[in-house]
Structures are given as structure tokens and as C-alpha cells.
Design a binder for this molecule. Structure first.
Ligand SMILES: [Zn+2]
Length: 162
């Protein structure tokens, strides 16, 4: 209860959970999904949402594309996002310039200027971790929780504009 105040709060504004702050949850997810192809399907939204909730850990030039990827996910679903991500990987392998990969994402709003949000209604350190797993109650339930984090991320970024 009397922990040092800097230990208890993540830089996204969330109060840390049993595993620690969001980076501890993020690393836990990345480790678990490596051995679980079904869980790995949510890799792209996990990475994009994590970086947009913690932009000081991200490369600023990629945040706009990551913000658009989350909007595509909310609009068209996970399969559509996976197709775009696969397309981007293929383009990168051929050495195309990153800007040429933006075509499927061009329809979506750019990252709002004016600084990063200070609060998100759903965060990584709020994810349940039971029996040593993030998917102990099934992949669908896990996917819904990631979706909620994605929605919260886009919602908060949109609100800094106002
Ligand atoms: Zn955080």
C-alpha cells in the first residue's frame, strides 16, 4: 500500500497491476503469443495500441500509420488489418519506400497533433493474467479485451484534438 509513488503509475496514466506497469504486460503478451499462433493474430493491434498509449517508447514517424491501422481494425476487423500488415511486410522485403505502403490506410484520419493523451479508459496493465496466461478464458475473450484497448486508444487520441 505504501509503495513509492513512482512505482505505482505507468506513463500512460494507468495504475500498475499485479504484473507491474504496461511494459511488463506487453512483454508478457509478446512472449506468450510467440508460442500461440491464434493469440499472435492480435499482434499488430497489440503493438500499435501499446505504442500509441506510450508514445515516448515509439518512433514518432510510425505513430501516424499505427493510428490508422487501429482505425482500419475498428472499421473492417482483424482479417482486413492482417491483410494490410502482410502487404506491408512484403513491400518492405522488396525495399519499397514506407510511404508507398500507406495506400490502404489513406482513407483514415491522421494522428491528431497537439500532444499525447494523458488517460485511456482501457490499458494493458488492466488486462487479467490468470494461471500464468493472458488467454486462460479463451482467445475470443482475449481478442475482445484487445479490441476494447484499441477503441480506448483511438478515442483518447481523438479527444486531444478538441
Ligand atoms: Zn501504460
Amino acid at each position: 500500500m505504501a509503495d513509492s509513488p513512482t512505482m505505482g503509475q505507468c506513463d500512460c496514466g494507468a495504475i500498475s497491476g499485479p504484473l507491474g506497469v504496461c511494459v511488463d504486460y506487453y512483454h508478457g503478451i509478446l512472449a506468450e503469443e510467440q508460442a500461440d499462433p491464434q493469440m499472435y493474430r492480435w499482434h499488430a493491434p497489440v503493438v500499435c495500441a501499446y505504442l500509441l498509449q506510450h508514445p515516448s517508447r515509439a518512433h514518432e514517424k510510425y505513430l501516424d500509420g499505427q493510428f490508422r491501422q487501429l482505425q482500419l481494425y475498428m472499421d473492417k476487423g482483424l482479417d482486413a488489418l492482417l491483410r494490410v500488415a502482410a502487404h506491408q511486410v512484403a513491400r518492405n522485403r522488396r525495399g519499397a519506400r514506407p510511404s508507398s505502403d500507406m495506400a490502404p490506410l489513406a482513407a483514415y484520419a491522421p494522428l491528431p497533433p497537439g500532444g499525447s493523451p494523458k488517460h485511456f479508459r482501457a490499458t494493458f496493465c488492466g488486462l487479467p493474467f490468470r494461471e500464468g496466461s493472458f488467454v486462460s478464458d479463451g482467445h475470443l475473450a482475449y481478442g475482445h479485451r484487445i479490441e476494447t484497448i484499441v477503441e480506448a486508444t483511438v478515442e483518447s487520441w481523438r479527444s486531444v484534438q478538441d
